[in-house]
Design a protein around this ligand. Structure first.
Ligand SMILES: Cc1cc2nc3c(=O)[nH]c(=O)nc-3n(C[C@H](O)[C@H](O)[C@H](O)COP(=O)(O)OP(=O)(O)OC[C@H]3O[C@@H](n4cnc5c(N)ncnc54)[C@H](O)[C@@H]3O)c2cc1C
Length: 517
């Protein structure tokens, strides 16, 4: 049977779903994209704070075959959220993706059918034979809720691609002992996700003229604090409660050299260990460790000179290189420390916090400092993993999808006929999503077969161990991120698809320029 007649479904029309669809179309498939939002493509960028911008410069946050419009692009330009939405929508229009999207359609559940559980569990190769559609007997049943209706319909597909995003949908909120949580607080508590979702006018109304406390130290926390400070000035200073400092920088250059050149190219990757590397590369990485340390220190010194983080107790504990590896580098909102100096922002470092009737208590439940507030915004992150587990009907798949890592960061060795795009991040995530989308499209088209389940598990575990070691070893934790090893990753993906990994012309460009620009 002609493989392109197979039914492919993609869940999500954010950056990763759009590129997944584009590359599936390029291979002759006619995918259906189910998108829960009714108002358009773009995912997380449609629901941001008014001030949110890209933290990656435009030239690095782009699809390889689709440049930004000339009036937006530029070496040091961080486009606004609405410009990102327009860029993604234009990409979708250009490649015929928009017509494939069914807006307002939420996928509530995915169930694998057609193959008995015991048979699938005994497979030695992914999907039975290492191919995208197996032998044709298995299929996914998607329960889809359609716009304006509580009723659901079942859609049958041969391959499922989950592109549901990590930074939306399910909020991560801290838990508290009894009588120390939001229930005792007389003001309003909300997660930064709800604050972003409420729309710009409503968000402004919520904070204007109020005492606001924001908990967190990530990008959402910084942006929310900056917005509150801009709205209320020194009359109602915004309190920022954070456990640790974070490398939030004011540009992508260190003494005129781009961070990409320093940390994200083939040369820089020689200074770090990589999964599956040989003895020579492992020894070289050990020898070059001092160089990486030196580059990290140079960047730290530069940004400490540029930004008064020392004065305000915000120097991060982790190294600069560590924050690059863990995708924890961010861009400071405009004039952030000016607002701190003028008293519109009060930074408070605290290991823990709880609620009292009038606000928050820091560090110690009884004797800790109190921060009075009318509104508390919890910028405490997301549960991207829960969105994945919630998708499956099978208890086994629910457990497997988060317990074991993804092969090539895309497919689970024991979950057949399904791929995930956009779960593993990168500092310039859009390029990584595109590489994943190409790889999945090649798999769909039968350009390569996957190895045995055991080999896939071993490779995925090696990558996972490596990414976890770099995250924790360099001071971080949490989500999978390819920061600092993405050239190595891209090379592997290219080899699978049968392409030459060295994609740049000339040895200098291949060594010094990031593979992602
Ligand atoms: C404030 C902020 C700033 C960021 N800045 C950068 C940056 O500078 N550089 C960078 O590389 N990355 C950045 N990111 C990361 C950003 O998330 C990615 O760049 C990218 O936009 C993620 O795209 P995605 O398609 O994977 O996910 P999303 O954009 O979250 O899209 C997922 C889509 O899936 C839909 N969906 C989810 N569940 C279902 C379901 N069950 N049924 C149907 N549809 C569903 C959602 O409605 C959504 O449209 C930032 C993220 C945030 C939140």
């Amino acid at each position: 049977m002609d493989a392109t007649k197979k039914r492919v479904a993609i869940v999500g029309a954010g950056a990763s779903g759009l590129t997944a669809c584009k590359h599936a179309l390029a291979k002759g498939f006619r995918p259906v994209v189910f998108e829960a939002a009714g108002d358009g493509v773009g995912g997380v960028w449609r629901r941001t704070l008014a001030s949110t911008r890209l933290q990656t410069p435009a030239f690095a946050y782009r699809f390889s075959d689709f440049p930004w419009p000339a009036d937006v692009s530029g070496a040091e330009v961080f486009p606004r959220h609405d410009q990102v939405v327009e860029y993604l929508a234009a990409y979708a229009r250009r490649h015929g993706v928009t017509e494939c999207v069914r807006f307002g359609c939420k996928v509530l559940a995915a169930e694998y059918a057609g193959v008995p559980d015991e048979e699938a569990a005994a497979w030695e190769r992914w999907s039975g034979n290492g191919e995208a559609f197996g032998d044709g007997s298995g299929e996914w049943l998607l329960t889809v809720q359609h716009p304006g209706s509580e009723a659901t319909q079942i859609h049958r597909v041969d391959f499922l691609i989950l592109c549901t995003g990590r930074f939306s949908g399910v909020a991560h909120t801290p838990t508290f002992p009894p009588n120390r949580g939001p229930e005792v607080f007389h003001g309003q508590v909300l997660h930064s996700m709800d604050y972003s979702n409420m729309g710009h006018a409503a968000a402004d109304e919520l904070i204007r003229g109020k005492r606001v406390a924001v908990v967190g130290s990530g990008k959402s926390a910084f942006d929310t604090v900056a917005e509150c400070a801009a709205a209320n000035g020194g009359r109602y200073p915004c309190a920022m409660i954070c456990r640790s400092g974070r490398w939030m920088v004011n540009g992508g250059f260190v003494w005129g050299v781009s961070l990409g050149h320093l940390f994200c190219n083939r040369l820089a990757e020689l200074t770090v260990h990589k999964p599956g590397e040989g003895l020579a590369l492992a020894l070289l990485a050990i020898l070059l460790t001092p160089l990486r340390w030196l580059l990290s220190k140079l960047a730290e010194t530069y940004f400490k000179m540029q930004i008064p983080m020392e004065k305000h107790g915000m120097v991060p504990e982790e190294s600069f290189a560590g924050s690059m590896s863990g995708c924890r580098l961010g861009v400071l909102p405009d004039k952030f420390y000016d607002r701190v100096e003028e008293g519109s922002i009060l930074i408070k470092r605290a290991r823990s916090f709880s609620f009292c009737t009038d606000g928050l208590v820091l560090d110690d439940d009884d004797t800790g400092e109190r921060v009075d507030a009318d509104v508390v915004v919890l910028a405490t992150g997301f549960r991207g993993d829960q969105k994945l587990t919630d998708m499956f009907v099978s208890a086994t798949f629910k457990q497997q999808i988060v317990a074991a890592p993804l092969y090539r960061q895309c497919v689970h060795p024991r979950i057949p006929q399904m791929a995930v795009i956009g779960y593993t991040e990168n500092l310039t995530s859009i390029y990584t999503f595109e590489m994943m989308a190409k790889w999945v499209a090649h798999l769909l088209a039968g350009a390569f077969r996957l190895p045995s389940v055991v080999r896939m598990e071993a490779s995925a575990a090696e990558w996972d161990e490596h990414l976890a070691m770099r995250r924790h070893g360099e001071g971080g934790g949490g989500k999978p991120c390819l920061g600092g090893v993405s050239t190595w990753y891209n090379d592997e993906m290219c080899r699978d698809m049968g392409y030459e990994p060295r994609r740049k012309k000339g040895i200098l460009a291949a060594t010094l320029v990031s593979s992602e620009v």
